[in-house]
Design a protein around this ligand. Structure first.
Ligand code: CP
Length: 313
């Protein structure tokens, strides 16, 4: 079982059958994750490094745990404590990591396209752990896996994504991935937080969050990315929460079995009310668990796709 590419850089370019293969493989990985003995031999002898130029709790830790549960060696470096702080280039840093015998590098970077640049210049596999405002493919895959666990299929589902679409790499990856798997994606955001031409992706734009939520199977809130925003994109946090925060009133417009999702980290009371975050429709904590299973599947499938680099002596 192999993926078409040595890298996982975005769902825009990932074939449907690779998405299906990852989601299917993750089911088996979830069995390992749920078992008492979380140690399987799938990646014995492999080495995985996380290279993060931005903060992370979920993505970085889940990749490290996924690697360890499958018996790989796992290490992490962050830009602030590495030679990146001494002005080493991204490619030189990547080559240095690769020369230590690394099979897979997971990179998070504030610039869109940084993982693609690394992938082009290295023979090891590269996984995009989030690049600027472009894509966060492994988050969208774990979101799809979580939806599948509740709905059985993605085909024909209405998924409402409400929040800061403009700055959201999670939204972009979900738009590409969900559309490929047959779901309808409906977006709602203040007009200042909606990218120009986003309809070209195939996603629909709702006039209001209420319209987006109406009859939906899934409501996904998104984090307001204050660190990427220019000021003035919405008047105040209070006003944003009033008009675009997802609350019980909006949830009541969705289907009775609608699930509530959020990639995290969540700003409680801004994007979603605490009542919804902790309520019976919320699957936010399951998303975190499923993130480990999906990342185990991705590491496993990519480790098989890697071309041999070492000549026999
Ligand atoms: N959802 C997500 O990417 O979370 P982290 O920033 O904690 O990795």
């Amino acid at each position: 079982m192999r993926l078409h590419s040595k890298d996982l850089l975005g769902l825009r370019e990932t074939p449907d059958e690779d998405i299906a293969l990852i989601l299917d493989t993750a089911k088996n990985m979830k069995v390992i994750l749920d078992s008492k003995n979380k140690k399987a031999p799938h990646l014995q002898g492999k080495s995985i490094v996380t290279l993060f130029y931005e903060n992370s709790t979920r993505t970085r830790l889940s990749f490290e745990l996924a690697a360890k549960y499958l018996s790989a060696a796992a290490a992490n470096i962050s830009a602030s404590s590495s030679s990146v702080a001494k002005r080493e280039t991204l490619i030189d840093t990547g080559r240095t990591i690769e020369r230590m015998g690394t099979d897979i590098i997971i990179i998070r970077h504030p610039l869109a396209g940084a993982p693609h640049l690394l992938a082009k210049n290295l023979s090891c596999s590269v996984i995009n752990g989030g690049d600027g405002m472009n894509e966060h493919p492994t988050q969208a895959l774990l979101d799809m896996f979580t939806i599948l666990a509740y709905k059985g299929s993605l085909k024909g589902l209405k998924v409402a994504i409400i929040g800061d679409i403009l700055h959201s790499r999670v939204a972009r990856s979900n738009i590409w991935g969900l559309a490929k798997m047959g779901a309808e994606v409906v977006l709602s955001a203040p007009s200042t937080l909606l990218p120009v031409d986003i309809e070209k992706t195939g996603a629909k734009i709702a006039k209001t969050p209420e319209d987006a939520a109406y009859g939906s199977d899934v409501i996904m809130g998104l984090r307001i990315q204050l660190e990427r925003q220019k000021s003035g994109l919405f008047p105040t946090e209070r006003e944003y929460a009033k008009f675009f925060g997802v609350d019980d009133r909006i949830l009541k417009l969705a289907k009775p079995d609608c699930i509530v999702m959020h990639p995290g980290p969540v700003n409680r009371g801004l994007e979603l009310t605490s009542v919804l975050i902790d309520g019976e429709h919320s699957v936010i904590e399951e998303q975190v668990t499923n993130g480990v299973a999906v990342r185990m599947a991705i590491l496993y499938l990519l480790s098989g796709a890697r071309p041999t680099r070492y000549a026999t002596i």
